[in-house]
Design a binder for this molecule. Sequence first.
Ligand SMILES: Nc1nc2c(c(=O)[nH]1)N[C@H]1C(S)=C(S)[C@@H](COP(=O)(O)OP(=O)(O)OC[C@H]3O[C@@H](n4cnc5c(=O)[nH]c(N)nc54)[C@H](O)[C@@H]3O)O[C@H]1N2
Ligand SMILES: Nc1nc2c(c(=O)[nH]1)N[C@H]1C(S)=C(S)[C@@H](COP(=O)(O)OP(=O)(O)OC[C@H]3O[C@@H](n4cnc5c(=O)[nH]c(N)nc54)[C@H](O)[C@@H]3O)O[C@H]1N2
Ligand code: SF4
Ligand SMILES: [Mo]
Length: 741
Amino acid sequence: MAQTALRICPLCEATCGLTLTISDGRVTAARGDRDDVFSRGFICPKGASFAELDNDPDRLVRPLVRRDGELTETSWEEAFQAVADRLGAVVAEHGGPSVGVYLGNPNAHTVAGALYPPVLVRALGTRQVYSASTLDQMPKHVALGHMFGSPVAFTVPDLDRTDYLVIIGANPLVSNGSLATAPDFPGKLRALRRRGGRIVVIDPARTRTAELADRHLAPRPGTDAALLLAVVHTLFDEGLVDLGALADSVNGVDEMRALAADFAPEAVTAYCGVAADDIRELAREIAAAPSAAVYGRIGTSTVEFGTLGSWLVDVVNVLTGNLDRPGGAMFPLSAVAPAPRPPKAGRGFRTGRWHSRVSGHPEVLSEIPATALAEEIDTPGDGQIKALITIAGNPVLSAPDGDRLDRALGRLDFMLSIDPYLNETTRHADVILPPPPPSQSAHFDFALNNLAVRNNVRYSPPALPRADRPDEAEILCRIALVLYGVGPQGDPALIDQQVIAQTLAKETADPHSPVAGRPVDELTALLAEGSGYERRLDMMLRLGPYGDAFGARPDGLTLARLQAAPHGIDLGPLQPRLAQVLRTPTGRIELAPEALVADVPRLRKTLGDRADGFVLIGRRHLRSNNSWMHNLPALAGGTNRCTLRIHPDDAADLGLTDTDTAVVKGPGGELLAPIELAPGMRRGVVSLPHGWGHDRAGTGQTVASQRPGVNVNQLNDGNDLDPLSGTAVLNGIPVDIAPAG
Ligand SMILES: Nc1nc2c(c(=O)[nH]1)N[C@H]1C(S)=C(S)[C@@H](COP(=O)(O)OP(=O)(O)OC[C@H]3O[C@@H](n4cnc5c(=O)[nH]c(N)nc54)[C@H](O)[C@@H]3O)O[C@H]1N2
Ligand SMILES: Nc1nc2c(c(=O)[nH]1)N[C@H]1C(S)=C(S)[C@@H](COP(=O)(O)OP(=O)(O)OC[C@H]3O[C@@H](n4cnc5c(=O)[nH]c(N)nc54)[C@H](O)[C@@H]3O)O[C@H]1N2
Ligand code: SF4
Ligand SMILES: [Mo]
């Protein structure tokens, strides 16, 4: 008999509720859960292939340990012992700070990834910390940190209520949204238009999102910051600035006016490749709309001026009075955020508290740029990385110049990967510890609830009993126990007990905490029975803004209440809450923070630059997910292909047709890619998707290796960074294109 189980989809930021069909102890199908309070039945092709992903025969079931050069299946006990011996040896000889940690994207989608990497980093005492953030959203963190005093004070577009949405550098019809957690983003955009709202898309490519919009502006890649400054200029120039309810909460308005003075639409039009009138029109419409939200993503972030662009998105939201109001850009309130405290001045946001050893990159959020990982491994000297732990990452394909990293990984004394696949990165590991498939893991969106366009909370317990293997939380705890010197056989619950004890000690000592002054023992005894992470989740919910405060608010949230609501609990539309969020030293929004203003001259200098050659941008496919879902037959094929999209007239100028292959040369290397004629590309701009290049030896992804594609990031030498955030420039790369052969 088939049964069903509910499970939140972990495959992208939309967090759709799935109904899994289960027969004979395995998942056989997935459909959207119509009763899910947040996603209401929406599902995309990736979610629909959950069963295939879960049952992929190439998923590792047992750990692999390198013996005599070969990765060999072994028992869990032996694998943990190998970690203790070999990682222990590196730590004993070179110290914990010689161990690097790379955290990949799926950490944002797993319970383990949310709760345990900080424990590992602390146990190592290492500053060699890298993540996909510096290939992605780090510019947004830096902008938020300087403007609001907190790098996680995320603003998201109030999709359900806005009258006017500007989408810059994002393609949510394909990506399903990012830094704006919204199941059925496509449906929400259509609803927006149905209720009379308007959508403008700013993207060098005429994407599916652009096709749905009322207006599409196609700038030259990398020029969003200048374009947005021209919008700011116009707002001042035409008297359209209206802070509304924010009037008493904003510093720096005059500085902003002065800063934008040089950026009249007429001054940036040639550089941006957008008509000055279109920029003025855009500014007028944002200002005139009853409510409006500007929303920027990858195309605004992973570029030369990524932090400036991310900042200016919210500058426009502030100047038009749209920040923190319904229909504008708002701050979600997650159920696991700390309960709101009275407004208080913060210490301000800083980067560069230390610098990377080889190139001197400033740390940002305690991280070093992902592009610097290879040089920190292959450059000898004091502080060199001797061992590496990767958790849910594939930087050989996802970061620039993977060939160098590939070589560097081969020179490590020890490498440990926590990953379900043997892939381009993990093939270098000495030990691979595979987490169980998603059906056997619990799910809670620790990170993404802070980005939801409607407040909600949902929890999925494991849908299937776990086979005889540790879950990812236990894997990470046992590594932590090794690092703390307890040894791999220690009780993994110790790690959670320690975190719980520390958190409760801090909370009870805080006079503004909902549990101020209560005995830690009493609170600890009230926590739910269950695994360590469930106890921590219960604690966080109960201390949170909707929580029961350990009984003080009897109707409030606990894990038990959440478990009694398997389709989730709706917590209502986003509410204005700026005062709770602000942590700047002045207690006001800093519209023109010094660190960001200081980068504007660099932008001003480039306004005259107009390269003649082609520039490369990225693109995503609906049935793909970065580098790791090319192994599922249901998703492979069709339009999900690694082709070079080029405007037909550009192709004709080069003598290329759609049956040809092109040689593409970039600063970091060259590759061959099949041509795909795409009238929607801006002239002079070509695109290739990332995450391909599955043709390296020694990997274990059968389907992916049959259609390997090419690694676009090999065109990139990784030398171009957004200096404020250390984020790699992944869009707007100069390339030469010629017919192959
Ligand atoms: N040119 C170009 N490059 C890009 C981008 C771009 O737009 N253009 N985008 C960048 C962005 S936004 C990102 S986020 C990065 C992603 O960069 P990475 O995070 O480094 O790469 P992914 O391809 O997401 O690899 C995820 C890894 O996690 C593993 N995994 C999957 N599920 C689990 C799990 O439950 N637990 C564990 N432990 N492992 C799991 C997979 O097998 C895979 O090895 O790529 C970046 N690279
Ligand atoms: N199907 C699918 N979904 C995914 C992923 C995936 O790989 N596949 N990856 C997930 C991840 S990790 C992330 S971070 C999100 C990303 O989510 P999005 O940011 O929505 O993803 P993209 O599709 O890369 O959209 C970026 C857009 O920016 C445009 N662009 C490039 N350069 C510029 C520029 O200089 N200026 C402007 N204005 N636009 C530019 C590109 O043409 C592209 O349409 O998607 C997530 N969802
Ligand atoms: S949109 Fe994202 S969360 Fe929803 S089903 Fe698709 S992959 Fe899963
Ligand atoms: Mo990402």
